[in-house]
Design a protein around this ligand. Structure first.
Ligand SMILES: C=C1C[C@]23C[C@H]1CC[C@H]2[C@@]12CCC[C@@](C)(C(=O)O1)[C@H]2[C@@H]3C(=O)O
Ligand SMILES: O=C(O)CCC(=O)C(=O)O
Ligand SMILES: [Fe+2]
Length: 327
């Protein structure tokens, strides 16, 4: 794979992908209705920091209705969409990701989860979109808690809600994002993929991702290689975030991931990011230390989140918080 930058007015990074994209069949699969779910979750978080969830109980109809409202929103004229911007701190964003110069072939809505947004656009339809968003965010929070409880059970730690209580807390700092990667026929002709969302780890505890049936999502394996995750619009995908890596003292690793836009089919994804309350201390759980030292310096979610916003997407943000073992 050759990385090259096109010196255009807007500097996109192209990834020339001459090799056929290989879809991995080795993505861990967790059936939430089976008794072995907790064991499989722990193994997946150790080996990949990533897994796919089926039998999640979320009605597909609610998901596809939200998806079609989101597509409607993104098909509005640019000037209309921009009325819901900028994305800092919340709202519509286009191309720019974060505050430090990262760009991608993407437009998105970045939303809080504990309040509704008053977009003043697109007539009466906005109420429908808003209602669907509210229900979906509620379903995601419940699913996050179910998965986090299974994680604690699988790790054999007490109480079972050590992780989920952070998400249930009224002060929890969860986010919701709807990403749209538009088609770009010019790219398809060149046979090039464009970076939709550059490689990074999510800073939160876990994130729950659902996308339409368009490929493009890739994860990095422990050996540094990238694999494409076969899309599946009826399943959810879970990313381990940096905060969970710290709380498990490195037993679980956050997963590096990225999105390549294929240029032919638009991709639409919705991600629920589970963040703890801002004042929460992020530190290894004593029951997972087993007499070992913490691999990380102490910090609050507020401190980590602030340093996150001062960083570039691809930075190893946790690096600044690693304790160098005394020799
Ligand atoms: C360059 C960026 C962009 C960041 C912050 C910083 C580094 C990590 C990015 C994310 C990744 C996960 C969701 C998000 C909402 C988050 O919490 O961290 C993103 C945020 C943004 O898109 O604004
Ligand atoms: O849009 C996607 O599929 C993933 C995007 C992502 O990783 C993120 O928003 O943090
Ligand atoms: Fe992400």
């Amino acid at each position: 794979m050759v990385l090259l930058s096109k010196p255009t007015s807007e500097q996109y990074t192209y990834v020339r992908n001459n090799m056929p994209i290989t879809f991995s069949s080795s993505i861990p699969l967790v059936d939430l209705s089976k008794p072995d779910a907790k064991t499989l979750i722990v193994k997946a978080c150790e080996d990949f920091g990533f897994f796919k969830v089926i039998n999640h109980g979320i009605p597909l109809d609610a998901i596809s209705q939200l998806e079609s409202e989101a597509f409607k929103f993104f098909s509005l004229p640019q000037t209309e969409k921009e009325k819901a911007g900028p994305a800092n701190p919340f709202g519509y964003g286009n191309k720019r990701i974060g505050l430090n110069g990262d760009i991608g072939w993407i437009e998105y809505l970045l939303l809080t989860t504990n309040q509704e947004h008053n977009f003043s656009l697109y007539g009466e339809d906005i109420d429908k979109f808003r209602g669907l968003l509210k229900d979906y965010k509620c379903a995601m929070r419940n699913m996050a808690c179910e998965i986090l409880d299974l994680m604690a059970e699988g790790l054999k730690i007490q109480p079972k809600n050590v992780f989920s209580k952070l998400v249930m807390d009224k002060q929890s700092d969860c986010l919701f994002r709807v990403n749209h990667y538009p088609a770009c026929p010019e790219l398809a002709i060149n046979g090039e993929n464009l970076i939709g969302f550059g490689e990074h780890t999510d800073p939160q505890i876990i994130s729950i991702l659902r996308s339409n049936n368009t490929s493009g999502f890739q994860i990095s394996l422990r050996d540094g290689s990238w694999i494409s995750v076969p899309p599946d619009h009826s399943s959810f995908f879970i990313n381990v975030g940096d905060s969970l890596q710290v709380m498990t003292n490195g037993r679980f690793k956050s997963v590096r991931h990225r999105v390549l836009a294929n240029g032919i089919d638009p991709r639409l994804s919705m991600i629920y990011f589970c963040g703890p309350p801002l004042s929460e201390k992020i530190a290894p759980l004593p029951s997972l230390m087993k007499g070992k030292e913490s691999l990380y310096k102490e910090f609050t979610w507020f401190e980590y989140k602030s340093s996150t916003y001062g960083s570039r997407l691809a930075d190893n943000r946790l690096g600044n918080y690693e304790r160098i073992a005394a020799t």
